[in-house]
Design a protein around this ligand. Structure first.
Ligand code: S3P
Length: 189
């Protein structure tokens, strides 16, 4: 059975945008499409978009992989929390976070207090297919992506489930996922 996604009209999207008073924060596993979907969502809502991983790279002048390599994961998580705290202060926006951000209790608390968290979820097979397109993720190095993604997803789901909104992002076009997010936001706000 296919569940139809009705597209919101331009005026419905404009009306929704006026009700969004905080950053919409996309959380969920690596490979789910947070950055691509986040950019499209921000464009439709006509608000700024920020990618937390890119902002961390900019602040550190190093790639995420280099930060993990040189300083370790705990250092990365600390910088991630500080960067996300700053981005949450900037008014309405769409913010894509790295897959581990919302799993960190302090970062999750900040996002839940100051943003509208949307958990983007996919099945493991789809995530593995999507992460295979890039080899920049330090947590996937030197292991079997299916095993690692499956294990991290199982470990992290309890944290992701604290987001007030959940939207599935399986194999269909990203535009459908964006529409579902808009509908869920409209229903939730
Ligand atoms: C991570 C996901 C990555 C990045 C870092 C750690 C994780 O972001 O923040 O490699 O812990 O799942 P994406 O979710 O954008 O791949």
């Amino acid at each position: 059975m296919t569940i139809e996604t009705r597209s919101l009209s331009d005026s419905e999207i404009r009306a929704l945008a006026t009700r969004i008073d905080r950053p919409v924060v996309l959380v969920g596993m690596m490979g789910v499409g947070k950055s691509t979907i986040g950019r499209k969502l921000a464009q439709l809502l006509d608000v700024p978009f920020a990618d937390a991983d890119e902002e961390i790279e900019e602040a550190a002048q190093l790639s995420v992989a280099e930060i993990f390599e040189k300083f370790g994961e705990a250092y990365f998580r600390d910088g991630e929390r500080r960067v996300i705290a700053r981005l949450l202060d900037g008014g309405p926006s769409v913010l894509a976070t790295g897959g581990g951000a919302f799993v960190q209790p302090d970062t999750r608390e900040l996002i839940l207090q100051r943003g509208i968290a949307v958990w983007l979820d996919s099945d493991v097979q789809t995530l593995v297919e999507r992460v295979a397109r890039r080899d920049t993720r330090p947590l996937l190095r030197g292991g079997d992506p299916k095993e690692i993604v499956g294990r991290l997803k199982a470990e992290r789901e309890g944290a992701y489930a604290e987001a007030p909104i959940k939207v599935m992002s399986n194999t269909g076009p990203h535009g459908d996922t964006v529409n579902r997010i808009l509908q869920e936001l409209a229903a939730w706000l």
